[in-house]
Ligand binder design. Sequence first.
Ligand SMILES: N[C@@H](CCC(=O)N[C@@H](CS)C(=O)NCC(=O)O)C(=O)O
Length: 244
Amino acid sequence: NLQSIKIHQAIRLFRTMSEGKSDEKVILAYWDIRGLAQAARFALEYASIPYVNVTYACGDAPEYNVDAWKIPKAENKWPLDFPNLPYLIQNNVKITQSNAILRHIARIGKIGSQDPDMQSLADCYLEQIMDLRNAYVRELYGGGGFDSHRKAVEANIFPIYNRILGERSWLCGDSISIADFHLYEMVFQHNNQFSGILDNFPNLTAFLQRFENLPKIAEYLKSDRFGQWPFNNKMAKFGSTKTY
Ligand SMILES: N[C@@H](CCC(=O)N[C@@H](CS)C(=O)NCC(=O)O)C(=O)O
């Protein structure tokens, strides 16, 4: 299964790519979890871009050994200017930063409106969703203040997305944008952890369904490429084992 391979196989593949012998276009690498990479995986699937999903595994408690990534990071064979996870390699494009990766996928896959005004709106939402993720991640890997996080999301964040998605099918209008891919992931995760959180937000429930019904996404969710990864890594306070 080319979708989930080990790093040494990926390096071999990359050499073949550089020699122009491979049809495989993109390497996307991350921990073997959904985390910061899942929106990019959805976007690659949606745009039918062939990709190889490289995963690194974190060791179990109490050590949480990260050598599987620390060692290749130190060797930096790709080479990346700022080695991190996720990273994306596509011939001469070697990038980190999950939002840069999403935008790259949107550009090469022509995802969403090509109008610059619309793309700027998508960028705005994408960063806003990243703020939500970062607030959530602070509790998941740190404070564990899930009650107050849930209350803040219910009071201040989901009402806004629920309103927007009552006015149009996707965040930016009739066509999906990269921001929708990350919003899906966040709404899905919150709905999984916080039972009933969508009760007052029917447009978010409909949005989850709409996303899952996209033919390419539906196909992916049923395929063996969909890894059924846990949401978070092993040291997280929630979602370090599969909960959906
Ligand atoms: N701002 C970066 C954050 C990347 C990041 O924090 N990656 C975490 C996993 S979520 C990691 O383990 N990075 C490996 C490292 O720091 O070497 C992004 O959006 O991609």
